[in-house]
Design a protein. Structure first.
Length: 387
């Protein structure tokens, strides 16, 4: 079997209407008639959308004519060719992710097995989800509590809320010190949510790296008794030594990783003892096998994996195949509760998401295909669809 063509297209009506994401889909064609589709995140300033697609098309010349069954050597060839031009970050790592996921789809289809079978088999056949929640514009504790109860009633056993961008008392947009008023407001939001849902539901809180070190430590200590599933990116993700300071300062569980890529960046995080839980984004971090490597290194440090996820059903299923095959899986994000066409974008065993869980597909390959008509209607900024 030989690769005959590589194409890419960008899908997402708008950031607002895509669950915060614009998706790049990679399609790889073979002379055996087997076609694989992989998904990755789009990259570029303010997600202009096309940087990843352009990178995929640039890498095409290394793929056409090659045997798609040799995923490892092909992946390493692309990665090494990109190393000296910023290849460890977006958009190259994103493009590698989409390409590798499409190759796994092809190999699974060629062998007639689901991708999880290529990764060592299942620890679990359905994946526990947490719902990413927004409480609207009011930013009041009562609104957080009500939204949390609404989501729990849908069957979710875990929820996450943001506590940045919500700050009365903020005196300077650029300074990341939380004033007494702002800190009190954030703590009240978290406490109201916990009191509403009780301790049988898991609760994560995301700061999006919008606090400085003293503010992050103050918050982590203040919410210790509320037993968070985790406090996410309390400080920006770039300085892992400072994240480690936050982690050491309290018993609150600290999580980061959606802005880190590849096994090497996560290895640094573990070596510095900077996190309790990691949340790699499998549409960004480097592909199915790279995700697996990250999870395995985490397991060697006894660290659980709770991936960030804003993907379509196709990319989310790719993540589920990996998460089915590792012992240290904790919970996976679902970001599209309020995107009404999310399920319609893809074909497969529907509904993909039900009662706070996603079943891992038993179909050959990834087990999810784009719905061509739906995807075509959602093309980003006048992009063209696959031939
Ligand atoms: Mg986050």
């Amino acid at each position: 079997m030989k690769i005959t063509d590589v194409q890419a297209c960008v899908v997402g009506r708008s950031e607002e209407h895509s669950g915060g994401s614009i998706w790049t889909f990679v399609r790889i064609y073979t002379d055996a008639g087997i076609v694989g589709t992989g998904e990755c995140s789009s990259a570029g300033p303010f997600s202009n959308g096309f940087a990843t697609k352009e990178t995929v098309l640039t890498l095409k010349r290394f793929l056409v004519g090659q045997d798609p069954m040799r995923i490892g050597p092909l992946y390493e060839t692309l990665r090494r060719h990109s190393r000296y031009s910023g290849g460890h970050t977006a958009p190259t790592t994103f493009a590698l992710t989409g390409i590798e996921n499409a190759l796994y789809d092809i190999v699974g289809k060629a062998l007639g097995v689901p991708v999880y079978q290529l990764l060592g088999g299942q620890f679990r056949d359905k994946i526990r989800l947490y719902a990413d929640c927004h409480a609207g514009e009011t930013n009041e504790p009562q609104a957080y509590a009500e939204k949390a109860l609404e989501v729990v009633a849908e069957g979710y056993g875990a929820v996450k809320f943001d506590v940045d961008y919500v700050s009365p008392g903020k005196y300077d947009t650029y300074n990341w010190t939380a004033s007494a008023k702002e800190m009190t407001h954030i703590i009240n939001l978290i406490r109201a949510t916990r009191e509403a849902i009780g301790y049988e539901i898991d609760l994560a809180i995301d700061c999006h790296g919008h606090l400085d070190l003293p503010s992050a430590i103050t918050l982590a200590k203040a919410v210790e008794g509320l037993r968070l599933m985790w406090l996410e990116e309390p400080v920006p993700a770039e300085n892992l030594d400072m994240l480690a300071e936050v982690k050491r300062a309290s018993s609150t569980v600290i999580c980061t990783g959606e802005n880190q890529y590849s096994r090497w960046e996560f290895l640094q995080m573990f070596e510095k003892r900077a996190v309790d839980v990691i949340m790699p984004d499998f549409a960004k971090a480097g592909g199915i096998m790279e995700a697996r490597r990250i999870c395995d290194i985490a397991d060697a440090y006894y660290i659980p994996v709770a991936p960030h996820n804003v993907s379509s059903p196709l990319g989310m299923m790719a993540a589920c195949h990996v998460l089915a095959t590792i012992p240290n899986f904790m919970v996976l994000e679902f970001h599209a509760r309020e995107v009404p066409w999310w399920e319609d974008l893809c074909e497969g065993d529907k509904p993909f998401v039900k009662d706070g869980w996603m079943a891992v597909s038993n179909r050959p390959g990834l087990g999810v295909e784009l719905n061509d008509k739906a995807a075509r209607s959602l093309l980003w900024n006048g992009d063209t669809y696959f031939d």
